[in-house]
Design a protein around this ligand. Structure first.
Ligand code: ZN
Length: 502
């Protein structure tokens, strides 16, 4: 028998193996599983999920964590070993507070809510889904109680963004609202400055998918250690360092859906493939947080993929595939078209400028629900009023309003939305640091050289996995805590230029 640390690694490796089996089956469910297989698959996933949880919170792991604490106390806190013990202990102490019955109730409630959400959205019938949202709020509150919090239940549920608090988010969003709402108004006054008509037409799917796979491979996604398939909602799921999978979707009528969906997911995938293999089969083999993960997908999708140098490089290849459809536009027209700003109803289709307002709205509604200021049946009214106030558009029905996201069918898991905005903010802060170190970045992107950017991200962000909290990582990499002014400056500069506001 080896050292306590070896035994801990062995025990955590078994947990990780069960989780990998869970992920492979979950990926299969979203891609190739025939409809008849869903019920049986749900049972298998539930068993694997519970077994992994039980093993993780077991007395054996608790004992080994206590025993290894002394063994690593003299090591550098940034070492793999010290980080493994510190982060695992944090995760395990939290998970042990959540009773198994609650884990089971959350899984059952989520399974029950998902098909109802689908039907309610199809019929645009909020009342049909309301009891499931009420159950979600109840289970989220019980989960928050179990984890523990001082005054804001949202704080406990934010454990997926270690170090972030509800009041910090309120300050960040208030600042964003103050800069975005006037920017959107100014852009609305110049709406005709950008024509996105060239993005719509008849674009056969196969060449679109071939193009995006060429792009993401050049960005740094390895098809030797990953793959790309089609699913209703694109996602990334990492099995192990040699197997990181992406999905995408494609529209024959809109050429940008597959391109930006694919680049977005490749940002997640490049992160997954860049985590040090030494962290495999441990709780450290994942992104630092959902927010940090989104910072990578959004950096590639928006800050690089929707930049002028990027399209100076790629537009020729795209037009060669669709010479008739894109006959009347050049790289500059295409760059402007993919950056068109227009307040709209659906979050996942929102442009870079208005996107964060969609998140602010959800953040406020979830807090109001958790803190008892809003009743579930009044959610559509509150939703629509905020859409009018922040974006100036009113959903004609709940399918395009409060029923649009699947997230509220994940019972016990409110508080997931802010990660998307945190990712936007971090991506701009990271880009500022990247530009300091790589002053030739724009020229490299225009030349189709993405290696220096990839190397920087691997070295500073990707390889560390979950060793550092988002705040620790940002401080190490940029020398500063999260600062929203980088994103605001980026948006004002880019869209001020496109719309001629300055
Ligand atoms: Zn994402």
């Amino acid at each position: 028998m080896g050292s306590n640390l070896d035994q801990l690694r062995e025990a955590l490796g078994e947990v990780s193996d069960l989780q990998e089996a869970f992920r492979v089956l979950a990926w299969d469910q979203e891609t190739f599983l025939p409809a008849g297989g869903f019920e049986g698959r749900g049972v298998v996933l539930s068993t694997l999920g519970r077994r992994a949880h039980d093993l993780f919170v077991s007395d054996r792991v608790t004992r080994l964590l206590e025993a290894t604490e002394g063994e690593v106390s003299s090591l550098d806190p940034g070492s793999d070993e010290a980080s493994l013990v510190r982060v695992t202990r944090r995760d395990q102490e939290r998970d042990r507070r959540i009773p198994s019955e609650l884990v089971g109730e959350m899984a059952t409630a989520s399974s029950a809510a998902a098909p109802v959400w689908r039907e309610a959205r199809a019929k645009s019938d909020f009342a049909m889904f309301a009891p499931h949202l009420a159950r979600n709020v109840e289970l989220s509150l019980r989960r928050a109680e179990a984890i523990g919090y001082e005054s804001r239940p949202f704080d406990a549920l934010l454990y997926t963004e270690p170090g972030m608090t509800t009041s910090q988010l309120e300050v960040i969003f208030a600042g964003l609202k103050e800069s975005i709402v006037p920017l959107v108004k100014k852009i609305a006054g110049k709406a005709d400055a950008v024509d996105a008509g060239c993005l719509h037409g008849d674009f056969p799917e196969a060449p679109q998918l071939g193009f995006v796979n060429t792009v993401i491979e050049r960005l740094g996604f390895s098809f030797e250690q990953g793959r790309m398939d089609i699913s209703a909602h694109p996602f990334m799921i990492g099995m192990n360092p040699g197997d990181v999978r992406l999905t995408n979707r494609v529209s024959r009528g809109l050429v940008t859906m597959a391109i930006f969906g694919g680049i977005h997911e490749s940002g997640h995938g490049i992160y997954g493939q860049g985590i040090s293999p030494a962290l495999a089969r441990t709780p450290l083999w994942d992104g630092a947080s959902n927010g940090v993960h989104e910072s990578q997908s959004r950096l590639y999708e928006n800050l690089i993929g929707r930049s002028r140098p990027f399209w100076k490089h790629w537009f020729g290849e795209l037009r060669a595939l669709f010479p008739e459809q894109l006959a009347k536009v050049d790289a500059e027209d295409f760059y402007r078209a993919v950056n068109r700003v227009e307040p709209s109803l659906i979050r996942v289709e929102a442009d870079e400028v208005t996107y964060n307002l969609h998140i602010l709205l959800r953040f406020e509604i979830e807090n109001d629900l958790l803190e008892g200021r809003l009743k579930v049946e009044d959610v559509p009214e509150a939703w629509n009023a905020k859409m009018v106030e922040y974006l100036g558009v009113k959903p004609p029905n709940d399918a395009e309003g409060a029923l649009q996201d699947i997230h509220w069918s994940f019972a016990g898991e409110l508080a997931g939305f802010p990660a998307y905005s945190l990712g936007n903010l971090m991506s701009a802060q990271l880009l500022a640091a990247i530009r300091n170190d790589l002053p030739e970045l724009d020229g490299q992107v225009e030349a189709g050289e993405f290696g220096p950017l990839l190397g920087w991200l691997h070295e500073r962000v990707h390889q560390h996995g979950r060793k550092f909290t988002p705040a620790e990582l940002l401080l190490r990499v940029t020398g500063q805590e999260l600062d929203a002014s980088y994103w605001v400056a980026y948006a004002e500069r880019k869209f001020g230029d496109i719309y001629g506001l300055n």
